[in-house]
Design a protein around this ligand. Structure first.
Ligand code: LMR
Length: 394
């Protein structure tokens, strides 16, 4: 049987992780996978996470199953963190998932159950695993313009023009904040235009929010998602705790389905629990319990928020330093977009050949589409990257 398997396409982000590991150069710089690193290159366990784990260890007296949807305390805490009080809790169906990817996967499976003919619209570009999972599930997909290669901002006119082609019931995948891979984001006014268009077309938004707290702050980063929920009848939201709680390997995510009323929310809830059962039965609990322990303890929550702000400000500082250095070296303002992009990533906007050249010549690892993880830099490596960018003729 196994001999009939075909070789599957490799994920370019994971491939890059592997080749970085294998590079013996001590001067190499990892700007690949979206993982936060402090200035010493470590991905720390956040203080509040350590404290929550201790609290759990001391008080937990069973590892028995929780529930198909996950721990209700986690679900409530996360609905609160992402949506605050935008909508009544009874209108939100929610399940814990293995990471944000698990939430995306369950969202797509829910769409398949409810509207198998729907086309899923993706920003061009988007996180490569989005189209990969959609293709794997055999669903229809298409793209809308998003990134303006010239300005490295959002091609908003192109986006609106393409979304004019939406059919009623189509699904539009939107990045709630910190667009991955570009770092270019819609303004609040642009979000309102997109919401009005989706509503007029009868489309359903699927918001992927994986970096809440990494852009403009926890509340500001949730504003667009909340605006979508407030402005639409129905909405799916896939959220991740991997980055903002730094619990990548614990696989902690949540899928929320905001329904028009309580009865539809109950139906969605039952379907989400069914999907969990079919795919992996009970979702992982440890990361979810860390999150609810932090969010429901005023002291831990304040410390988590403070550390998240430190992380966010470190990345903003690196953005500014890099933009300044590139301004100095290029004697132009053409790289100022680096300072206005938000989140972990910026797409520098060059060819895969030049990205490869920087890897070979300077040991700088960024994704072939020229996405760089700002958090992979520190004050010492920023000038090295800036020089490499200019030397490569970007
Ligand atoms: C990324 O975009 O680098 C992260 O979301 C990690 C991943 O799984 O690809």
């Amino acid at each position: 049987m196994l001999e009939h398997l075909k070789t599957q396409p490799a994920d370019k982000i994971l491939m890059l992780m592997q080749s970085y590991r294998e590079d013996p150069r001590t001067t190499k710089i990892d700007l690949g996978v979206g993982v936060y690193k402090d200035p010493t290159g470590l991905t720390p366990v956040m203080r509040a996470v350590k404290a929550a784990e201790k609290k759990i260890w001391e008080s937990q007296d069973s590892k028995s199953y929780v529930g198909l949807a996950g721990d209700p305390a986690y679900l409530d805490a996360m609905v609160g963190l992402v949506l605050n009080k935008t909508v009544a809790r009874e209108q939100v169906a929610a399940v814990a998932t293995p990471g944000g990817t698990g939430a995306i996967r369950q969202a797509l499976e829910l769409i398949k159950l409810a509207a198998p003919e729907a086309t899923v619209w993706l920003s061009a570009p988007t996180w490569p695993n989005h189209p990969s999972i959609i293709k794997y599930l055999g669903m229809k997909m298409t793209e809308y313009r998003y990134f303006d290669e010239a300005t490295r901002g959002v091609d908003f006119d192109g986006m609106l023009a393409d979304l004019q082609g939406l059919k009623s019931g189509d699904v539009v995948l939107l990045h709630g904040c910190c667009h991955n891979p570009t770092g270019a984001n819609l303004t609040a006014a642009q979000w309102q235009e997109v919401i009005a268009l989706l509503k007029a077309k009868g489309a359903v938004p699927l918001v992927d929010i994986a970096y809440q707290g990494f852009g403009d702050g926890l509340e500001a980063d949730a504003a667009a998602t909340r605006a979508v929920v407030a402005g639409m009848d129905e909405c799916l939201i896939a959220a991740s705790c991997s980055k903002n709680f730094g619990i990548y390997r614990e696989r902690t995510g949540i899928l929320m389905a905001v329904a028009r009323d309580t009865a539809e929310a109950k139906l969605a809830q039952a379907n989400l629990a069914f999907l969990n059962r079919q795919n992996y039965s009970f979702p992982p609990d440890h990361g979810a319990r860390i999150v609810s322990t932090i969010l429901n303890d005023a002291v831990l929550r304040a410390d988590w928020e403070a550390e998240l702000e430190e992380i966010r400000n470190t990345m903003l500082g690196l953005r500014k330093q890099l933009a300044d250095e590139l301004r100095r070296l290029s004697n132009s303002d053409r790289f100022d977009f680096v300072a206005s992009h938000r989140g972990m990533f910026s797409r520098i906007g060059t060819t895969p050949e030049k990205v490869e050249q920087m890897r070979v010549d300077n040991g700088i690892y960024m994704v072939s589409d020229s996405r760089m993880n700002i958090a992979g830099l520190n004050n010492q490596t920023v000038p090295i990257l800036a020089k490499a960018i200019i030397d490569a003729g970007i």
